[in-house]
Design a protein around this ligand. Structure first.
Ligand SMILES: [Zn+2]
Length: 576
């Protein structure tokens, strides 16, 4: 390393010509055209986020206007003459750079108005570059406006701002407006590559991509990150260096969390979150990175290995390829929605952590999501007009029924064409308040269970394992849970779930106020008066309590009409 004082990358390699400005071709082209045609406006408004080249472009414009190596304004200032050099160094007497943030009073602008009348000392133009111009006071803007309305022919103003909406319309209308864009990752990487080469260093591609991603389109940010890395890594800048220097979560963590999610391994996911939190990394940044990661997966899953959309190093593409195909598209969309919700809702570190963990668990644990997604995908793939016959809704559910030991003994007592459950058709229409009890208790109950599933899936699922025993005049409903339905029991023992059940019954019946639940002891379950052919019904009811099947039914607003054993050999009649 040389003994020269260290000069920051951004200053050292600041673009000196229009062609060197990165990612703002639309602006430099227009400026060059204006210079070539000699139609030079006296006021320019440069708009765009910080660190993307507004001031740099303003200085190049100043050089182009005042370069003494040419007889007049030029698109290619020499960079050698006194004017070019002093402008580049910010010491030219005719190019006045003003920080609008600290010179925002009306007096400051008045001073400009007085000096602007004086002819330039050694240049064609007197150029005022006012940075952060939106910081000017209203009085200062008014004073400026007067100058902009009648500028002396030798004066040119370049107003730069990150917040155009704070500038009075009267001022904007006097200016030629240029909107600077955030620089693409691709362009940033190219720029970084050039700088690294000029510095006589090397850097891996993935390191540069990582820098570019963090810089989010800001040239200055990218350059200052590179500065830090040059001091940190001396010769070769690696992917890991970037993560170390920036305090980012290593990329491997994202693959790990993704794999753990695929394997349903919650412990590993929580451990990764713990690692991230324990090393003091910023969780909101982590969630953003997760969002980006799953967005990449979705892009890969739907559009394939498109470099133009992903901009990832080759190794990353391969890693994505392996994982992308394991996720259904719907699942990825949901994950992305969840992560983006998380991004918006972050305030405290603890809230972040809890929300993140809950989200991970939900995405992994609730298998319903996955099963449902794959079912939906299959249905989408089945295509054929895309319209699903009503009876098909129950079809995917059948193979998913695990308790095969107790297979459906015979076809249901109803022929397939009998769509609504018997008896129910008369009372069935939308959630009307019913008087629970009497002969139709069982049918009424079935409808209520169905209705419950519509309003709250879990309530419907667990209620499906309960049977009415008695209805008392006091408004008390006695329910008995099937023997062994301990999960359902635990569910209803939760105070709020019990309250939810009572509220539901109060809403849908006009006589039930309270519920008492008990777990049936005997093998024979409900008191089902005058219905001896209960077996298939019981089967259907039991199937419907399967979380996965319940979810499918819920999704398609379907019912189980018929159970066909998976081997299909039995005399089950085909659905419709
Ligand atoms: Zn020059």
């Amino acid at each position: 390393m040389s003994s020269q004082p260290y000069v920051a990358i951004a200053r050292k390699w600041r673009p000196q010509t229009f062609d060197e400005v990165v990612g703002q071709d639309h602006i430099t082209r227009t400026l060059k055209n204006a210079l070539q045609s000699g139609r030079i406006h006296h006021a320019f408004l440069f708009i765009g986020s910080r660190g993307i080249g507004k001031t740099t472009t303003a200085r190049i414009l100043a050089k182009a206007l005042n370069c003494t190596a040419h007889d007049g304004p030029t698109v290619s200032p020499c960079g050698e003459c006194d004017n070019c050099q002093s402008i580049a160094q910010g010491t030219n007497i005719d190019v006045i750079e003003i920080d609008g943030a600290s010179n925002n009073s009306v007096e400051d602008v008045r001073e400009i108005r007085e000096t602007v009348r004086m002819v330039p000392s050694s240049s064609r133009y007197k150029i005022y570059i006012i940075d952060e111009v939106h910081q000017l006071s209203l009085a200062a803007f008014n004073a400026l406006l007067k100058t902009l309305e009648e500028p002396p022919p030798h004066a040119i103003f370049v107003l730069a701002t990150t917040e155009a909406h704070k500038i009075p319309a009267t001022v904007i209308s006097r200016c030629q407006r240029y909107d600077f864009r955030r620089v693409t990752i691709h362009n940033l990487v190219e720029l970084l590559q050039t700088i690294v080469a000029k510095e006589g260093l090397t850097a891996t591609d993935d390191a540069l991509y990582a820098i570019a991603r963090v810089a989010e389109g800001g040239v200055r940010d990218a350059e200052s990150i590179l500065d830090k890395l040059i001091t940190y890594s001396e010769t070769t800048i690696s992917f890991e260096d970037v993560f170390d220097v920036l305090g980012l979560v290593p990329w491997k963590a994202f693959h790990d969390i993704c794999d753990a999610m695929l394997q349903g391994d919650i412990t590993s996911q929580l451990e990764i979150v713990d690692d991230v939190a324990a090393t003091g990394k910023d969780l909101s940044q982590f969630v953003e990175d997760l969002l980006r990661y799953f967005r990449n997966l979705l892009v890969y899953r739907t559009a394939g290995a498109r470099q133009s959309l992903l901009r990832l190093p080759e190794a990353e593409m391969e890693a994505l390829a392996i994982r992308a195909k394991k996720f259904p598209v719907v699942k990825l969309i949901r994950l992305i929605e969840s992560f983006s919700d998380l991004c918006n809702n972050f305030d405290s570190q603890l809230a972040q952590r809890t929300a993140l963990e809950a989200m991970l668990i939900r995405s992994t644990k609730v298998d319903v999501d996955i099963s449902l997604d794959s079912v939906m995908e299959k249905l989408i793939h089945l295509g054929a007009g895309g319209i699903l016959p009503a009876s098909a809704a129950s079809a995917p559910a059948a193979p998913a029924s695990p308790p095969a030991e107790r297979k459906a003994p015979r076809p249901p007592e109803n022929p397939p064409e009998a769509e609504p459950p018997r008896g129910a058709s008369t009372v069935r229409p939308t959630a009307k308040r019913m008087t629970l009890g009497g002969d139709s208790l069982v049918d009424q109950w079935r409808m209520l269970v169905h209705e419950a599933g519509q309003s709250a899936l879990s309530l419907g699922i667990w209620l499906g394992r309960a049977h009415p025993v008695s209805v008392e005049d006091t408004g008390l409903l006695e329910l008995e849970l099937e023997p062994g339905a301990v999960q359902a029991q635990a569910f209803f023992e939760e105070k709020e779930n019990h309250a939810q059940l009572e509220a539901f019954l109060q809403k849908h019946t006009d006589n039930i106020r309270q519920v008492r639940l008990s777990l049936a002891q005997a093998k024979k379950k409900s008191v089902a008066p005058q219905r001896q052919a209960e077996e298939p019904e019981g089967h259907i009811a039991q199937l419907a309590t399967d979380e996965c099947i319940a979810a499918v039914l819920d999704q398609f607003k379907g019912r189980i009409v018929q159970i066909i054993p998976q081997d299909g050999a039995e005399n089950a009649s085909p659905p419709n």
